[in-house]
Write a protein that binds this ligand. Structure first.
Ligand code: ADP
Ligand code: MG
Length: 237
């Protein structure tokens, strides 16, 4: 089973809020909305992968998470479920604007995240958009970014909107996700990321996922996360 992993025995004492869900193996067992449960079941997501089992109980109770697990281990759902749940619990609507930003290193990965978001959000009323540059003309995006609730972006395009789009408003942001953080840094986006993060509200939840735990990832975590839960899942060889 390519998704089988073992969690190292580094478990610290977890809070009373998280503890009941630490042993959960099925999405069905998580403290999430019926809307999300139905969306996951429709997509045939039943059993959680190791990184999902490790990260979701913490992320769902609002903690910052630094999650490391190899490619293909299911990191996308480990952040999309908390994003959708947070906005649903706050009864986020079209007038509330940008509630979550997900940053991905490449357009292709952003598109994959967006496709997974469609599945998780199937029974929700949240709006999402891709801001990834390429063929799409930025001016056509400018009019609608403020009406979107969840933005899936590449770093350069997001910063371009922050700099150029009149009334681009992230002041209500609840959750920031940095996905494939090691690749974002390898591709030379450290300064872009810093410029983005300094413009975001400090009061937010941040979820950082990475395939590897390099020093630069840890430096980024120090800059962007608050008292994070470190969750590393190693492949069974
Ligand atoms: P990563 O980001 O860690 O590389 P992904 O989130 O892209 O991994 O997931 C890899 C594949 O596994 C995707 O096709 C995804 O739909 C699938 N997947 C993720 N979680 C589950 C799960 N709990 N059950 C079944 N398939 C899953
Ligand atoms: Mg991924």
């Amino acid at each position: 089973n390519p998704l089988a992993h073992s969690i190292p025995p580094q478990q610290e004492k977890v809070s009373d809020e998280v503890a009941p869900f630490v042993g959960a193996k099925l999405f069905e067992q998580l403290p999430i909305s019926n809307r999300t449960k139905r969306s996951l079941a429709d997509a045939k997501f039943i059993n959680m992968t190791a990184i999902q089992r490790a990260a979701l109980p913490h992320a769902l109770c609002g903690r910052d998470v630094l999650g490391a697990a190899k490619t293909g281990s299911g990191k996308t759902l480990a952040f999309l479920i908390p994003v959708v749940e947070k906005l649903y619990r706050l009864q986020w609507g079209s007038m509330d604007g940008v509630g979550a930003i997900i940053i991905s290193p490449t357009r292709e990965l952003a598109v994959q995240i967006f496709e997974e978001l469609r599945k998780v959000g199937k029974h929700h009323n949240l709006s999402g958009g891709l801001l990834i540059g390429g063929r799409k003309d930025i001016d056509s995006e400018k009019g609608r970014v403020n009406r979107l609730n969840i933005l899936v972006c590449t770093p350069g395009r997001l910063l371009q909107h922050m700099d150029e789009t009149p009334n681009f408003d992230c002041t209500q942001l609840q959750v920031l996700v940095l996905d494939e953080a090691d690749r974002i840094l390898d591709m030379g986006f450290a300064n872009t990321l810093n410029a983005i993060v300094t413009q975001l509200p400090k009061q937010r939840q941040t979820l950082l996922f990475s395939a590897t735990q390099t020093k630069s990832v840890k430096d980024l975590a120090r800059l962007s996360l608050k008292d994070p839960e470190y969750l590393a899942v190693h492949a069974e060889s």
